[in-house]
Design a protein around this ligand. Structure first.
Ligand SMILES: C[S@@+](CC[C@H](N)C(=O)[O-])C[C@H]1O[C@@H](n2cnc3c(N)ncnc32)[C@H](O)[C@@H]1O
Length: 351
């Protein structure tokens, strides 16, 4: 069965009229929930061994039979599922990315987290955020995002695994373009589960590390660090990076952290890194560098406003923040063409 959505971002084929393309764009929210629901039901795991009937999948998932068939055909329409013969549903390469053990990285948790209330409900209030310039999360969820994830630990853990999946996918690229073998102590601030830190330590076998995140993240992080065989080399520290961060690193890493915060808060985080670090030590900021031309980073920039009151930054904005905190921006390494577009490496040195 051919897909009418050649592009999973729900854009229509190029010869479709503007009005039809716009209708599909407006209905793009459905695609997020189709992908998220396929992921929650574990359909990729169930189909990875071969096609199945809707009855088999109904038994396996406990879903409503009619609802499940509708989901499967919607998922076939957006390119996740095949129906090569009536009522024999299989997996496309796109859908296979949702399998729990997909290689090189599973996007199952990412799909679930983006469709879940903590992410989804604030996005429904984007208009408010654009009008008043503030995050919509307190109104949508009754509290800020990090408090919400602490109060809803299962969803918080899914979000952390989702971040870990994205980190895993770019950790390979980062290890290829940034030499960490010259460092002896790598401190990852806002490290979540520690997926990036683990990759950096694997690339720098002589180094030890410190994983720093909110206290409620530490149990989850310990499990990941232990499973990677790094328990002996990593100190796990819970705390608040708006107050202080652990001392002693010759490399500090901030990945996808500063963009969660407005300039005042980002400045506090950087000032705390500066206070903890020795002169001449390195700070590696892994973030987008917003261009002026159209880019997925502009969507992320808007999302950061809506969700957390943060922002993506241009080269000049990054530089100004770093300089004000006592760092000298030495170089910016852009990702390879085709890599996930949300990151660059900004290497700075503490004055
Ligand atoms: C967008 S996630 C990035 C996680 C990780 N660096 C990555 O890229 O996968 C932001 C991280 O900041 C952590 N965080 C938020 N507020 C914090 C605070 N006040 N102190 C320490 N960590 C915090 C969150 O728990 C989360 O792990």
């Amino acid at each position: 069965m051919s897909s009418t959505y050649d592009n999973p971002s729900a854009t229509a084929p190029a010869d479709t009229s503007p009005a039809v393309r716009l209708i599909q764009m407006v209905q793009g929210y459905q695609v997020t929930q189709v992908v998220g629901t396929v992921a929650r039901l574990g359909l990729a795991d169930r189909l990875i061994t071969g096609p199945k009937s809707s009855a088999e999948l109904t038994r396996a998932t406990g879903a409503d039979p009619d609802g499940l068939v509708r989901l499967l055909r919607a998922a076939a329409t957006v390119g996740l599922i095949t129906e090569a013969e009536p009522d024999r549903f299989g997996l496309t390469p796109l859908g296979a990315c949702l399998a729990t053990h997909a290689q090189p990285v599973s996007l199952r948790d990412f799909a679930i987290a983006v469709g879940a209330p903590g992410h989804w409900l604030p996005c429904g209030r984007m208009f408010d955020a654009v009008m008043n310039g503030r995050s919509a999360t307190a109104t949508a969820l009754g509290m800020g995002l990090w408090d919400y994830y602490r109060e809803n630990p299962e969803e918080g853990a899914t979000f952390a695994r989702a971040m870990g999946s994205l980190s895993a996918s770019i950790a390979i690229d980062i290890a290829a373009c940034y030499d960490v073998t010259r460092f002896s102590r790598i401190v990852d601030i806002g490290a979540s589960q520690g997926i990036l830190l683990a990759s950096l330590l694997e690339a720098a076998p002589q180094a030890t590390g410190t994983l720093f995140d909110r206290p409620e993240m530490i149990t989850q992080a310990r499990a990941v660090i232990t499973a990677r065989g790094l328990a002996e080399r990593v100190e796990l520290v819970g705390g608040d990076f708006l107050t202080e961060v652990p001392p002693g690193g010759d490399l500090y890493v901030l990945k996808s952290v500063l963009h969660d915060w407005d300039d005042d808060h980002a400045q506090r985080i950087l000032a705390n890194c500066h206070r903890a670090a020795r002169p001449g030590s390195t700070l590696l900021v892994v973030e987008g560098v917003v261009p002026t031309e159209p880019s997925p980073l502009h969507l992320m920039n808007l999302l950061m406003l809506v969700q957390v009151g943060g922002r993506e930054r241009t080269h000049e904005q990054h530089q100004a923040l770093l300089e004000a905190a006592g760092y000298r921006l030495e170089r910016v390494i852009l990702p390879q063409p085709g890599a996930y577009p949300g990151w660059s490496l900004l290497e700075a040195h503490r004055r």
